[in-house]
Design a protein around this ligand. Structure first.
Ligand code: SF4
Length: 415
C-alpha cells in the first residue's frame, strides 16, 4: 500500500478524534492565488497562546485489538486497515510542513498488539520529529491509557498537548460499550500527566530553562449520546477534571453510528446529537470562564440541558427569583449570571460604577450587548425589558425573539 492510500485511510479514521475543527477541502496553490489546502486530514487547533494552527491529523494505525461498540476501528468491523511506521509519519509531517500545508501534527492511534507497543511507536514519532528533524511545530498527541507511565512521561516531554480519552462518562457505560477499556487505567494515566505538569511548572518557576512538559495542557474527549448518561453526568465529570486534574479542555463529540451492529445496545440515532453537543460546549464554557458549578446548570428535576435555550438563559429562568439584578449593586457572581453579560462586560460595569451610577444608555455607550440582558437587569431601579417581568413571557422572547433569528445573506437591503 502506498503512502497516499495509507494517508487516506488513516486520516479518515482520525475524523472522530475531536480537538480541532476539520477542514476537508482540496485546493492546490495556483499562480495568482494565495494559500492551498490538502485533502488528507488537515485540521485546525489552538496553541497555548491562542493561535490557530493547521495540523496534519492522522492515526498511526487503525488496526485495533479492542472492539468498542461505537467505534469504526473496532476489531470486528470489516474496514480497510493500514499502519504507518514512525519514520513515515515523521517524514510526512516534515514534507507537509515544508510545503506550508500544516503547522503541526495531531497524532492518535488505535491499539495495535498492546498498549505499551502502541505508545512506544507514538513516542518514537514525536521523539524523532523533535530530535532528528528538529521539528519545532505544534504537536498534539493522544496517549494510550494504561501504557507504561515512563512512555507517557517521555511523550509528554516532546509534545505540546497530550490527551487521554475518557470516551464515556460513567464506569457503567464504559463496561457496556468499551468493555476492554479500564476506567482505573484511564484515570491513573491522566493523573500521571497532570502531576508531571504541576511538577514541571514548579521547576520552570525556579529555573527558566527547565524542560517543558505538555505546555499546552492536557485534554480529553467524551462521546455524547452513545449511552444513557445525562448531561449532568457529563458536566459533573468535566467539572471534576477541570478542578482536580487541571485539564485544559474537555471535548464533546456527538455520537455518530458507524455500523448496524449492536442495535440492541446502542441508541437508534437518525441525526447525530449536534445541538446537544453544542449545548455541552456552552455549559462547559460557563464552568471554565463564568465560575458556574455543574449543579447550578440543572433544575432539581432535569438532568439534561435545554435544547431550546442556551444554558445561561435556562439557568436565569430556573432561578427567576434572583432577577432582575440592579446593575449598580449586583455582585460580580450575579452579573456573570445575567444572560448576555460576559466576563469582559462584567469587568467594565464594575469599573465604571465605581465612578458613577450607571443608566441603560451608559451601558449601551460602554458597548454592553443588551439584547438579552435587558430582560434580567434594572438600571437605577428602572426595568428596560419592554415586556412584563414574567417568566413565561421572557422565555418566549428568548426562544422566539429576534435575537435568535438566523441572519440571511440575501435579505433586502443587501446587494
Ligand atoms: S480502542 Fe480506540 S480505536 Fe480501538 S476500538 Fe476502541 S475507540 Fe476504537
Amino acid at each position: 500500500m502506498n503512502t497516499e492510500e495509507k494517508l487516506t485511510i488513516l486520516a479518515r479514521a482520525a475524523k472522530y478524534d475531536v480537538s480541532c475543527s476539520s477542514s476537508g477541502s482540496t485546493r492546490s496553490n495556483k499562480k495568482g492565488t494565495l494559500g492551498s489546502t490538502h485533502k488528507s486530514g488537515i485540521c485546525h487547533s489552538w496553541t497555548e497562546d491562542g493561535r490557530c494552527v493547521s495540523l496534519l491529523k492522522i492515526l498511526l494505525t487503525n488496526y485495533c485489538i479492542y472492539d468498542c461498540l461505537y467505534c469504526e476501528n473496532g476489531a470486528s468491523n470489516d474496514i480497510k486497515r493500514a499502519s504507518f511506521t514512525p519514520d513515515e509519519i515523521a517524514s510526512l509531517t516534515e514534507k507537509f510542513y515544508r510545503r506550508n500545508y500544516i503547522e503541526g501534527l495531531f497524532l492518535s492511534s488505535a491499539i495495535m498488539k498492546n498498549e505499551d507497543h502502541t505508545m512506544e511507536l507514538l513516542t518514537t514519532v514525536v521523539k524523532k520529529l523533535r530530535e532528528e528533524y528538529a521539528f519545532n511545530g505544534y504537536i498534539h498527541m493522544k496517549a494510550i491509557p494504561g501504557a507504561d507511565q515512563r512512555l507517557i512521561k517521555e511523550a509528554g516531554s516532546h509534545v505540546d498537548r497530550l490527551s487521554i480519552n475518557i470516551e464515556l462518562p460513567t464506569k457503567r457505560s464504559l463496561q457496556l460499550l468499551a468493555p476492554e477499556k479500564n476506567s482505573k487505567h484511564i484515570i491513573s494515566s491522566m493523573k500521571t500527566v497532570s502531576q508531571k505538569i504541576i511538577e514541571r511548572t514548579k521547576e520552570k518557576k525556579k529555573f527558566k530553562k527547565a524542560p517543558s512538559f505538555v505546555p499546552a495542557g492536557q485534554s480529553t474527549q467524551l462521546i455524547v449520546g452513545a449511552s444513557a448518561d445525562s448531561d449532568h453526568d457529563i458536566l459533573r465529570l468535566s467539572e471534576n477534571l477541570y478542578q482536580n486534574m487541571g485539564l485544559k479542555r474537555v471535548y464533546y463529540s456527538a455520537f455518530i453510528p458507524v455500523t448496524n451492529k449492536h442495535q440492541n445496545i446502542l441508541p437508534a440515532v437518525n441525526n447525530p446529537p449536534y445541538l446537544r453537543e453544542h449545548r455541552l460546549y456552552q455549559a462547559d464554557w460557563l464552568l471554565r470562564f463564568y465560575r458556574f458549578t455543574s449543579k447550578e446548570l440543572f433544575s432539581d428535576t432535569g438532568k439534561n440541558l435545554s435544547l431550546d435555550l442556551d444554558p445561561k438563559a435556562h439557568f436565569a429562568l430556573n432561578n427567576f427569583h434572583l432577577f432582575p439584578v440592579e446593575i449598580n449593586k449586583a455582585s460580580k457572581t450575579l452579573l456573570l449570571r445575567v444572560p448576555g453579560i460576559g466576563p469582559k462586560s462584567t469587568k467594565k460595569i464594575i469599573m465604571a460604577r465605581k465612578h458613577a451610577s450607571l443608566g441603560f444608555d451608559d451601558l449601551k455607550r460602554m458597548g454592553i450587548v443588551l439584547k438579552r440582558a435587558r430582560y434580567f437587569i434594572t438600571c437605577r431601579g428602572k426595568y428596560f425589558g419592554g415586556v412584563p417581568f414574567k417568566k413565561d413571557i421572557i422565555k418566549n422572547r428568548l426562544i422566539a425573539g429576534p435575537e435568535y433569528k438566523q441572519l440571511s445573506l440575501w435579505e433586502s437591503g443587501i446587494t
